[in-house]
Ligand binder design. Structure first.
Ligand code: F6P
Length: 437
């Protein structure tokens, strides 16, 4: 079942059917390279068939741990950064009510370890002071500074609140099977642990326990999420043809636009539930493609609010951009506009219409205006805000970005550039073993 639809009508003035057809042979070659495990970064392909291969026992273990957290606690703090953070936050924001506790009908979900702000952590410590708290610390390497520091502080706070023994029961670690400081710490303390497979990098890990545990704690059905992932996996595996494989069509279109010096891709959403989906997508594309001085710069805007700020730039700024609209066809709920007898605000022409109707017109008006202003744009419409649709979307982008990296000739599964700031930071912090340059 296809829960996503890709519309490329507004790129046609820039990308011809012939140009797409001209890329087909290369796409097919790269598809075969990906599937046969012969391409760049082939030791990180565990995500490729993960949705269909994840073991029933693993799903059950995640569900049981989530249930135990839901029954013990009224707040979960998910501690991680980058790929060990954004997938869960994207899913939880996407599926759950926007203004109630982020955990929907379960514990409130808070995040830590994704920044180094003292204010942020101090505020978080205040907020959780009188709550029953559980911690899920997530780090593949087990050595990333931001989550390690946050975990140290939150672990101490929890131990002071409930004692060392009870704290141990309330902490779950998601990390490497064998290595890293977090693994050693978890073993020493006797925490429950989940494993991040060796062959799956952080930004491709949302459908492993990295994402699944916090998502399940938030009351989202992870089986449905995985089902969506599986549907997209099957669809993308079956055919490399651009007229049959929308993930590859998206990759091919953005590659052809990049070749025309459209070097920035702006993901534009009209729904606040997509805010962290865009953040997840930025990590996926940025870390996968931005290397060897190549790669699209991934940016995002949230409409309609940003139409009143960035809208000017989008309409008339440098023509080095294209836009990918990420849309939701069916919201969970809608609110209709009332009729007023006096009509002093002049809005009676919208009376009886839902906000989604108005939002849709805003999208259509924007897409046409930006095309007229020289910005090619494509639209990916998600059928609804269900976990199945989200699972399809996660896999759609993973597959598309893997192919995009191969089209660029880079390894989409490493991130050597990220280490540079860390070296400098450690030297500035006088970390033992690092020397000043
Ligand atoms: O799970 P870890 O090892 O803490 O890494 C978190 C994130 O940091 C990075 O390694 C970059 O530093 C990302 O690739 C990764 O998603």
């Amino acid at each position: 079942m296809n829960r996503l639809s890709l519309n490329i009508d507004n790129v046609k003035p820039f990308v011809s059917a012939d140009a797409l057809q001209g890329l087909q042979a290369e796409v097919t070659r790269l598809h075969n390279l990906l599937e046969s495990g012969q391409g760049l970064g082939n030791d990180y392909l565990g995500w490729l068939h993960l949705p269909s291969k994840i073991e029933a026992a693993e799903i059950q273990a995640v569900e049981a741990a989530a249930q135990s957290i839901r029954s013990q606690c009224d707040a979960l703090i998910s501690i991680g950064i980058g790929g060990s953070y954004l997938g869960a936050r994207a899913a939880i924001t996407f599926c759950n009510p926007l203004l109630r506790g982020a955990g929907g009908n379960g514990p409130d979900i808070y995040y830590a370890g994704h920044n180094l702000s003292g204010d942020y952590l101090a505020d978080l410590l205040d907020v959780i002071r009188n709550k029953r708290v559980c911690l899920n610390v997530i780090s593949k390497s087990g050595t990333t500074t931001e989550p390690a520091v946050a975990f140290r502080i939150l672990k101490e706070a929890l131990e002071q609140q409930v004692g060392v023994e009870e704290a141990r029961r309330r902490i779950v670690a998601t990390t490497d099977e064998k290595q890293g400081a977090l693994k050693q710490l978890a073993d020493a303390e006797g925490y429950q642990t989940f494993v991040i497979p060796d062959d799956i990098g952080g930004r491709y890990s949302v459908l492993t326990p990295v994402g699944l545990l916090p998502i399940a704690v938030a009351g989202i059905d992870i089986r449905k999420l995985l089902q969506g992932g599986q549907e997209a996996e099957h669809a993308a595996t079956q055919s490399a043809r651009l007229d049959e494989n929308p993930a590859y069509l998206y990759a091919a279109v953005r590659h052809l636009l990049y070749k025309q010096d459209k070097t920035t891709e702006v993901m534009a959403c009209f729904h606040p539930a997509l805010q962290y989906v865009a953040e997840w997508w930025k990590q996926l594309t940025g870390e996968s493609e931005g290397k060897e001085q190549r790669g699209l710069f991934p940016a995002s805007v949230e409409y309609t609010t940003d139409l009143h700020s960035m809208g000017q730039w989008m309409q008339e700024g440098q023509r080095t951009i294209f836009e990918t609209f990420l849309l939701v066809a069916q919201s969970n709920r809608d609110v209709s506009i009332p009729q007023f007898a006096d009509d002093l605000d002049g809005l009676n022409y919208l009376a009886g219409k839902g906000l989604d109707y108005v939002n849709d017109k805003a999208y259509r008006g924007t897409a046409a205006a930006h095309l007229e202003g020289g910005v090619p744009n494509l639209s990916l419409t998600l059928q609804d805000r269900t976990p199945e649709t989200l699972g399809q979307m996660f896999y759609f982008f993973e597959r598309a970005v893997a192919l995009s990296g191969y089209l660029l000739g880079v390894n989409p599964f490493d991130q050597p550039g990220v280490e540079f700031y860390k070296k400098n930071m450690f030297q500035l912090l006088n970390k033992p073993g690092t020397e000043k340059r």
